[in-house]
Design a protein around this ligand. Structure first.
Ligand SMILES: NC(=O)c1ccc[n+]([C@@H]2O[C@H](COP(=O)([O-])OP(=O)(O)OC[C@H]3O[C@@H](n4cnc5c(N)ncnc54)[C@H](O)[C@@H]3O)[C@@H](O)[C@H]2O)c1
Length: 393
């Protein structure tokens, strides 16, 4: 195990160097050419075996100017939506990135899988559990790769959390507290697609909540969620004087999602998950992530986003020969940009027909928790999470 006197280079040696077979180029399309599509495109352009052949957006002309901004010529963009692009067989697409707002994740992913194309779907997987099940049905029928866009998975600190848990250092995990967020940070950098119900469907829950859930659920092997008591609200988002809006007070009337949520979730295996997430609150953080086990406890200092970062060195609280001690885990550096790893691992899986780097079989449970919180909030009580496993779909 690492100690606070550990050598960072020793950790970095683990990060593998990839070789890419350039004899077969992957033909790639982008669905939705907004903010996050830029990160996808940059990462695709960094790969030696990719040809960007097409892109589309609902907003006329947006896809064209998007590719022009990157100096890409010859990319076909004259499509009104994803279905038109996917119907163009001359493109011979191998892969698409679905970079649409949340409410358009399920339809676009299903259309692409039905067209026999490998899909990298941005997070959150979608908005409801029912949509996630429909996506998985399409995935299974297609036999294609579907990977969900959780790039924090490739961060060395996130990997270390999983290694610590899986090493048995903590013993049997029985309680987890996770979440995070911002004092003021409702995202409206390019308009209101993140905060309107008809585009986003989920607010802080789908934007950053899914990351903190993935961090801990992935570490413990994604047990099935059983029940949830959840609450959510939008006090700051609906306030026209909210400082997050930078002079756009009209955004408040469009706000239709959550800027705060909290939940108590029971997981298979007798594990309890205590969770809160905020885009805005009168506090700096709702607390660090803690994972309690029978032999040790892990503290992961909070961040405002969990998007591939930890808020400082982690600490393991344990006993050595009857003495209570703390072991510090230094913050680890990740060499290759997370988006490049997300795109590269997706391309490799698509090329070789190997399992998706971030499989829907796991993220289905992440989605079921987000959806369960919404349902519990609506009913004002604890609800059962009746989600089938991937194999049962
Ligand atoms: N992984 C990350 O780090 C990260 C960061 C930011 C956003 N995201 C996710 O990416 C997604 C998009 O976020 P964004 O900020 O880019 O949103 P955005 O609103 O800037 O862009 C989405 C684009 O998709 C287009 N679109 C919607 N439906 C379409 C369809 N059927 N066919 C073609 N185009 C369609 C919209 O017109 C819009 O231009 C969200 O789900 C968000 O959660 C991920």
């Amino acid at each position: 195990m690492a100690s606070n006197t550990g050598d960072l280079n020793a950790f970095q040696k683990d990060q593998s160097v990839r070789t890419v077979d350039t004899s077969r180029k992957m033909r790639v399309g982008i669905i939705g050419t907004g903010w996050i599509a830029e990160a996808h495109l940059n990462a695709y352009m960094a790969q030696p075996d990719v040809e960007i052949v097409a892109g589309c957006d609902l907003v006329p002309g947006k896809a064209k100017s998007f590719f022009e901004k990157f100096g890409l010529k010859g990319v076909k963009t004259d499509y009104a939506n994803d279905e038109e692009m996917l119907a163009d067989k001359s493109l011979k697409l191998d892969c698409v990135s679905v970079c649409t707002y949340n409410r358009q994740h399920a339809p676009c992913a299903i259309h692409a899988l039905n067209a026999g194309i490998n899909v990298l779907l941005e997070k959150p997987m979608c908005v409801t559990t029912e949509e996630a099940i429909e996506i998985i049905k399409a995935e299974k029928k297609s036999g294609k790769v579907l990977s969900i866009g959780f790039q924090p998975r490739f961060d060395e600190n996130m990997k270390e959390i999983k290694k610590i848990v899986q090493s048995g250092q903590l013993g049997k995990v029985y309680y987890i507290q996770t979440g995070g967020g911002r004092r003021r940070g409702i995202p409206t950098p390019f308009g209101t697609t993140f905060i309107e119900d008809e585009t986003a469907g989920l607010g802080a829950l789908g934007d950053i909540g899914c990351y903190s859930l993935d961090m801990v659920l992935n570490a413990i092997g994604y047990p099935k969620p059983l029940t949830v008591t959840g609450v959510k609200s939008g006090v700051f988002g609906t306030d026209p004087n909210c400082v997050c809006y930078y002079g756009h007070s009209e955004y408040a009337s469009k706000f239709g999602v959550d800027d705060w949520a909290a939940a108590f979730i029971r997981l298979e295996g007798g594990i309890v998950l205590d969770f809160r997430i905020a885009w805005a609150m009168n506090m700096d953080t709702p607390g660090d992530t803690i994972i309690l086990g029978t032999k040790g406890g892990l503290r992961i200092p909070s961040t405002e986003c969990w998007n591939g970062t930890v808020g400082g060195p982690m600490t393991i609280y344990h006993e050595v020969a009857g003495v209570q001690v703390e072991t510090k885990i230094p913050v680890l550096q990740t060499k290759e940009p997370l988006f490049n790893q997300k795109i590269r691992t997706f391309l490799d899986a698509s090329k070789n027909g190997t399992p998706a780097p971030v499989p829907s079989s796991q993220i289905l449970y992440n989605q079921a928790i987000l959806d369960g919180i919404a349902k519990s909030n609506e009913l004002g009580r604890e609800v059962e999470i009746n989600v089938p496993s991937f194999d049962e779909i």
